[in-house]
Design a protein around this ligand. Structure first.
Ligand code: THG
Length: 369
């Protein structure tokens, strides 16, 4: 597979931090919500080792916000997700699958409740804003829907608390997982949540003012010198090891939330109203015939640009590998795959072709152990 440069244009948006991450040596981008999202700095494996030991600052501005406000905003937000938000609280973040009228996945945002009538959907890579506007128009909802100029900086890694406390004071250490609050640094106020797309601990700063964000970016490096802070980004190896799912890679609009193991975020027993509820009830009753599982493959190198088929010894399809990377922790390739029901028990070996050679692997539960 050849690598080509990616050509900039207005359509492929930069972020307020792009110049800075380029100065810090970004070495690869993907496109996410029509915006640049860095994927590597030194190398994915070097970045991984650093992330697990120190602290990194990530430009994740591509995790865009869809703001929904107004009288009917709570009703519209609930209509889009199967997670019961009726008891949701201001100041909390909710990981919530978005579902269409066919019971299929549309996105898996973090939903932040700012006020009873003001919400931010911090979205993965699909155009949620048009889905929301279509629903609002069809239901005649009294809401305002727009994409605010919010550009997230994530601080991730085991030394995140130490770095953030240097800027924002020790009180930030008390912030609970999936809660947010406002904290001040040098006269600027920042919306900060304890969250982020790694399991190494950390925060996300939802920056509402570009120049404050750029000042914060520079200060994080200034204050973090002795903590060995580096520029980083969501890390392919770490996120697979941690089983953090990626919309568009591990699951998409062809899959339902049971197949993606979102069971704990599917509330069918309360009287909330959301799209696809009856479909999901039927799927739950019938059971699914495939679901996302882990796989381990006896090899040390893989590049994914599309799904890869997994076969049993009789060449029956076991499932489809959707994301994979070599894991220095497991000393194998690990991956996330949509596995057909007869193969869920993990007793079967499967075959997979990588660069015209056949390798063996096994199915395992998620999260990996
Ligand atoms: N942070 C913010 N926005 C985002 C992401 C993020 N938007 C895009 C993408 N990531 C959305 N997907 C996820 C996937 C997993 C998690 C968050 C967003 C996540 N999951 C935890 C887990 O699975 O253990 C916690 C879930 C919970 O307990 O509620 O953090 O990363 N702002």
């Amino acid at each position: 597979m050849k690598n080509f440069p990616i050509i900039r244009s207005r359509r492929l948006r930069s972020t307020p931090y792009t110049e800075r991450i380029e100065a810090h040596g970004v070495s690869g981008y993907t496109v996410y919500n029509h915006m640049l999202l860095p994927v590597s700095f030194k190398s994915i494996e070097d970045d991984y080792n650093h992330l697990k030991k120190y602290v990194q600052v990530w430009d994740v501005a591509a995790e865009r916000q869809v703001e929904i406000s107004g009288k009917d905003s709570a009703e519209l937000v609930q209509l889009m997700t199967c997670r019961d938000l009726s008891k949701s609280k201001i100041g909390k973040c909710y990981y919530a699958p978005l579902i269409d009228h066919e019971g299929r996945l549309v996105n898996d945002p973090v939903i932040n409740k700012l006020e009873n009538d003001r919400w931010w959907l911090s979205i993965a890579d699909s155009d949620v804003i048009f889905f929301a506007k279509g629903l609002a128009a069809g239901h005649n909802f009294d809401v305002k829907i727009h994409e605010p100029n919010v550009n997230i900086l994530a601080i991730q890694g085991p030394l995140s608390d130490d770095l953030m406390a240097k800027l924002f004071g020790d009180e930030i250490r008390q912030l609970k997982f999936f809660n947010f609050n406002y904290f001040e640094f040098k006269q600027d106020k920042y919306f900060i949540a304890r969250s982020g797309w790694s399991k190494q601990g950390g925060f996300e700063v939802y920056v509402e003012n570009d120049s404050a964000g750029q000042k914060l970016y520079d200060s994080l490096f200034e204050y973090g010198k002795d903590l060995n802070v580096k520029a980083g980004c969501p890390n392919l190896i770490e996120r697979i090891e941690s089983a953090l799912l990626s919309y568009g890679n591990d699951f998409d609009n062809g899959d339902n939330p049971f197949e993606a193991n979102f069971d704990k975020y599917i509330n069918l027993d309360t009287d909330i109203k959301f799209l696809g509820k009856e479909k999901l009830k039927k799927i739950k009753k019938d059971g699914v015939s495939r679901k996302l599982m882990g796989v381990k493959i006896d090899h040390n190198k893989i590049n994914m640009s599309k799904e890869k088929e997994l076969f049993d010894e009789k060449n029956n399809i076991v499932g489809y590998l959707r994301s994979a990377a070599y894991s220095p922790n497991f000393k194998k390739i690990i991956g996330i795959a949509m596995i057909n029901k007869p193969y869920w028990d993990g007793k079967h070996q499967f075959k997979i072709e990588i660069n015209d050679k056949t390798y063996l692997g096994t199915v395992c539960d998620l999260p990996f152990i």
